[in-house]
Design a protein around this ligand. Structure first.
Ligand SMILES: [Cu+2]
Length: 462
């Protein structure tokens, strides 16, 4: 009898874990990971006595059972949030994709699949009677999408703009001109944000000097600006890191001169109240103060900074995204990004290296609020200059390293195997809000390090 109940429990648990359709779904799900090409979000609802899916964000927001248009071979994610408290699921039978069931109000689920063939297919809720009650729509694959590309300024920062290594030169005098601006910049395809910047880039320019240099900083606030701005360098020893003497009104310039006393990789940012708002809007960057004799030589150097945007509109919405003070104070951003825009380091710019080369990443967090668990998927950091201290011995063989807001790290590693390596904050929910970048490594395979008879899925993002 006991055995019978154990068997029954086994059957029930398998039945629960693998609803019909899951078996067919497995092969397509196995092909996709971190970054779908297109994401749709539905809410379930009852409208005019019918059960329906309603588009939650982006171009489909508010539409009942909207047509979902995707390019052929795109990796598609459909999220469903239960908003009526009845039992539902979502399936696209043509691609073997089926979710588990969501029961409680507020519960959610998702399916991810690759749309491998063109044509018009059906999505639906597979619960008995729900399709008949109205829960179905069209997935149109292959009709070319018209990307809504705005003419807004591209504020994303080039990760290879790392300046000249100081080498063995003696200390010298340097002039640094910074212009603070307020510009509507491109956030993603079809959306913009009113960024506040240094030199029209987010992050601002990578400043590279050596210890003992004397730097005169001129901060000019663009005359079109409507706010006061300033700059606080964490490398500066002096009042406010410079912010106490650079509160600049639009159209004005203020200056100060400092001597770089400490080697290291330091964040700079605007420090005008409300400081968190000025930082989130894009007013951060980094200054590298190299030690005497310079850093060791590497083959590739990259400049990467993590930032957050707090918008009234949800992630994925089209048009101008407006700043939300409430979300800033809740420290709950809708967008996270490397180098200013959603796709700066995945589409706009490429981080590239060749097998056998050494890579160095200058990584900082503008924030203003979230600590980064910086990680490169598929790599191990040979060296981590923890807290960006260049005078301490580095940590060796590190998987993930913590970088606080207003802090930085310098990591180095040799690339041994070709492929795509994804830069992330290992708090991986943030990938869903835009935070990822790709280091693309080409060159000869080394089968003693990595080998598989399986085909690499290039569209997986790896
Ligand atoms: Cu500012």
């Amino acid at each position: 009898m006991k055995i019978f109940y154990a068997f029954l429990a086994f059957v029930l648990s398998v039945g629960w874990a693998a609803p019909s359709g899951a078996a067919e779904a497995a092969p397509t799900r196995g092909n996709v990971t971190y970054t779908p090409d297109i994401t749709f979000t539905f809410r379930t609802s009852i409208a005019d006595g019918k059960l329906v899916f309603i588009g939650d964000t982006g171009a489909i927001a508010g539409q009942i059972n909207p047509d979902l248009k995707v390019p052929e071979n795109a990796v598609v994610q459909i999220n469903v949030i239960n908003d009526d408290g009845a039992i539902h699921d979502i399936a696209v039978p043509a691609f073997g994709a089926q979710s588990d069931q969501i029961i409680g109000k507020g519960a959610s689920t998702a399916i991810v699949f690759r749309a491998t063939k063109s044509g018009t297919f059906e999505y639906l809720c597979t619960l008995p009677g729900h399709k008949a009650a109205g829960m179905f729509g069209k997935l149109i694959v292959g009709e070319p999408q018209e990307p809504v590309e705005s003419t807004a300024l591209d504020i994303s920062q080039d990760p290879t703009a790392v300046g000249e290594p100081v080498g063995k030169r003696a200390p010298k005098k340097i002039t640094l001109d910074l212009e603070t601006t307020e510009v509507e910049g491109r956030l993603a395809t079809g959306s913009t944000y009113k960024y506040w910047t240094f030199n029209n880039k987010v992050p601002g320019p990578f400043v590279r000097i050596r210890v003992g240099d004397t730097v005169t900083v001129n901060v000019t606030n663009a005359k079109e600006a409507t706010h006061i701005h300033s700059v606080d360098f964490h490398a500066v020893t002096g009042p406010g890191g410079g912010a106490a003497v650079t509160q600049v009104a639009p159209g004005q310039t203020k200056s100060f001169t400092f001597k770089a006393m400490h080697p290291g990789l330091f964040v700079y940012h605007c420090a005008t109240p409300m400081v968190a708002q000025h930082i989130t809007n894009g007013m951060y960057g980094m200054i590298l103060v190299e030690p005497e004799g310079g850093l060791s030589k590497v083959d590739r150097e990259f400049y990467v900074m993590q930032g957050e945007l707090y918008t009234a509109q949800k992630h994925g919405s089209q048009g101008l995204q407006e700043f939300s003070l409430e979300k800033l104070l809740d420290e709950n951003p809708d967008h996270l990004m490397f180098n200013g825009s959603m796709d700066a380091l995945s589409t706009k710019y490429k981080l590239e290296a060749t097998v056998g080369e050494t890579v160095r990443i200058f990584f900082g967090v503008g924030g203003p609020n979230l600590t980064s668990s910086f990680h490169v998927i598929g790599e191990v950091f040979d060296k981590v200059y923890d807290q960006a201290s260049l005078t301490s011995p580095p940590l060796t063989d590190v998987q993930t390293t913590l970088v606080p807001p207003g802090g930085a790290t310098m990591v180095e590693f040799k690339v041994d195997v070709p492929g795509n390596y994804i830069l992330v904050d290992h708090a991986l929910s943030r990938v869903e809000k835009g935070l990822s970048g790709i280091l693309s490594v080409t060159g000869k395979e080394d089968y003693t390090i990595f080998h598989s008879t399986e085909k690499i899925d290039h569209s997986s993002g790896h």
